[in-house]
Design a protein around this ligand. Sequence first.
Ligand SMILES: [Zn+2]
Ligand SMILES: [Zn+2]
Length: 252
Amino acid sequence: MFEMHILASGSDGNCTVLVHEDRAVMIDAGLSFKATSRLMSTNGIDPSSVEALLITHEHSDHVKGAGPVARALNIPVMCNRSTFLSSNMGRVLYSETQTMVPFTVAGIRFTPLPTSHNAMEPNAYMAEAGGKRVLIATDTGVLTPPVEDALRTSDVAILESNYDKYMLDNGPYPIYLRRLIESDIGHLSNVACAEALKRTTNGMKRKIFLAHLSRKNNTPDTARETVSNLTGTRRMELDCLEFAGDTRILRA
Ligand SMILES: [Zn+2]
Ligand SMILES: [Zn+2]
């Protein structure tokens, strides 16, 4: 069984730990080491079970704690070379990966998939073990075909639902930032997330987690409401973090 611990999701920091048969992998380390280790302990994650740290891209909400976490846990950082070279992690064990080339760590098979974002070579990850597939896809202005395919076949989809268009248009962000966020290399809106889910419905009972919600341009209620209305999925089946410091465990 897969256990996915969403320890943080959004522009204040991103960190997910995937556990499969007592072996674990961390995806992104956007919190300090102190905050990360506190959250691991309150969520019952044994730090010595974590075998690697995978990075999606070099933005600070994903890599801020990467160096300290990798050094403290004595685990390799795994990502593509462009991402590694543009992240300032200091001295860490580095294991190079390539977009679209699967690899196995902690008994879990990962495929890094290309996303569309204002970063060097951003990736989403498809994780497979025990016949289950989990997709973690955030920070993407549009869904690339490989991410869309992965979404169609996943048992659990941790998918970005970053902003509400009305809130973005009427919110505090300067115009250039608004334009970037809603561009093809920005973030997925609630509507774009819903449309992607709708396009990839396949009759499978897919678990959905709405990720990377903007604190300024979205609310958990707005995201759930929009996705529920457009996809016909019941609100209670659409999970997301409710407040700063909230965490979640998903199982599949
Ligand atoms: Zn981000
Ligand atoms: Zn980003």
